[in-house]
Design a protein around this ligand. Structure first.
Ligand code: NAD
Ligand code: GLY
Length: 383
């Protein structure tokens, strides 16, 4: 077993004002993440972006009716024409036919190389609009307008864009950075509770992999976060973005370190693909997947049972599942292993897991199948 990457994050800093900016430093692809209340309607949120006659707002049938008109109004001073395309909602639509609807809209409106794409939605819209921006005319500028907690703390930041394939999650995509990320905390008010919990999974993730002080803060504030206390959410989004910006700034294209951001994802992706996309939310898979990955870390002798239990309690308090579903009535563990082999971290068919290498530190490792099978057998229940 080999250590491929370890992470220890920059020092914790205390919460600041209602509006905050986190910089993501990637040389000529650097950009800012704006975090705060009232950002959507504020013309200033959209100034200083690439100038273009036209813009396309990519959203979905849930978010569009709630927020597209307000975004379009705020964008009008910056673009002579602002078009909107609404995609069907849901992970099950993160696919080729839905992606093609973005290209249909771009071509239908005569979009040119300068046209700016605004992704208004959660991670599904963001990943698809980003992939469309990466490939339309070999690349047009795009802006992430993140409307779920998950998107604000993770998916909108760092330039991973993709669609799913029936055989594997996020298997077709590109690294393509947005020009800005805008996280208006007010829009989280309309998020269904289950989606808020899904976002909390990605917030919690940053603690065990990078920042135990942040993990303690989340434990102290989990009830406030579930209750959507604005200052608690502002701090959670900011600290999550700081850690993600720090990781991505060092390893934009995941040649090593960035893989630690996938803590819980190898198990989680197996749940998503195994049950069918959309059955469990991505964040639910990640939440439960972190418990399994922590149990694997324990079996590898890297953390103790007390640490795993602490993490599981927090994940449960966030409203997330901690017991994974059986994925096959006959050879459950075998099916899990089959699904987990279809992972971008796999090398020559060998599954590589993000494990906790001591509190606040993550590493990427392979593990004997027998050990993984034991973790699955102990932690899965009939769906
Ligand atoms: P999502 O985009 O499906 O949004 C969740 C649900 O909330 C949807 O029904 C959506 O319409 C609705 N919604 C969004 N904003 C809303 C609002 N403000 N009010 C009411 N409803 C709202 O799911 P998600 O959890 O945001 O993202 C999950 C996706 O992100 C997955 O496909 C995952 O693979 C991807 N992801 C990508 C990265 C990355 O780095 N690119 C990181 C993590 C996850
Ligand atoms: N969400 C994992 C990453 O951005 O790398």
């Amino acid at each position: 077993m080999t250590d491929h990457a370890t992470l220890s994050a920059p020092a914790f800093s205390s919460a600041g004002a209602v509006r905050q900016t986190v910089a993501i430093d990637l040389g000529e692809r650097s950009y800012e993440i704006l975090i705060g209340q009232g950002l959507l309607d504020d013309v200033q949120s959209w100034s200083g972006l690439p100038r273009a006659a036209a813009a396309l707002v990519v959203t979905n049938t849930t978010v569009g009716p709630l927020y597209a008109a307000r975004l379009v109004a705020a964008l009008r001073p910056h673009h002579a024409a602002v078009h909107v395309v609404e995609l069907p909602d849901g992970e099950a639509h993160k696919d080729w036919p839905t992606l093609n609807r973005i290209f249909d809209a771009l071509l239908g409106h005569g979009a040119d190389r300068k046209t700016v794409i605004y992704a208004l939605g959660g991670g599904v819209v963001g990943d698809m609009a980003g992939f469309a921006a990466a490939s339309y005319m070999r690349g047009v500028p795009f802006v992430q307008v993140a409307t779920t907690l998950l998107a604000q703390v993770d998916s909108s930041v760092g330039g991973k864009t993709a669609i799913n394939h029936p055989l594997g999650k996020n298997m077709i995509g590109a690294f393509y950075q947005p020009r800005r990320v805008v996280c208006d905390l007010d829009v989280l008010a309309t998020l269904p509770p289950r989606e808020l919990s899904a976002g909390l999974a990605e917030v919690i993730k940053y603690g065990p992999i990078a920042d135990m002080e942040f993990l303690g803060w989340i434990e102290d504030n989990i009830d406030a976060l579930v209750a959507r206390d604005p200052s608690a959410l502002a701090h959670a989004v900011r600290r999550s973005c700081e850690i993600k910006a720090w990781v991505v700034g060092q390893d934009e294209r995941e040649s090593g370190l960035r893989a630690v951001l996938n803590f819980g994802h190898t198990f989680g992706h197996a749940i998503e693909a195994g049950l069918g996309y959309g059955q469990w939310l991505h964040g639910e898979g990640v939440g439960c997947g972190m418990v399994l990955a922590a149990r694997l870390s324990e079996r590898l002798g890297l953390v103790d049972g007390e640490f795993v239990e602490r993490l599981a309690v927090l994940i449960r308090r966030a409203g997330l599942p901690v017991r994974a579903p059986r994925l096959d009535a006959n050879d459950n563990a075998g099916r899990w292993l089959e699904l987990m082999r279809v992972d971008k971290k796999s090398e020559a068919g060998e599954i590589r897991f993000v494990v906790i290498d001591g509190p606040g530190r993550a590493a990427v490792r392979s593990a004997p199948d027998a050990l993984v099978r034991a973790v699955i057998d102990e932690n899965t229940v009939a769906a």
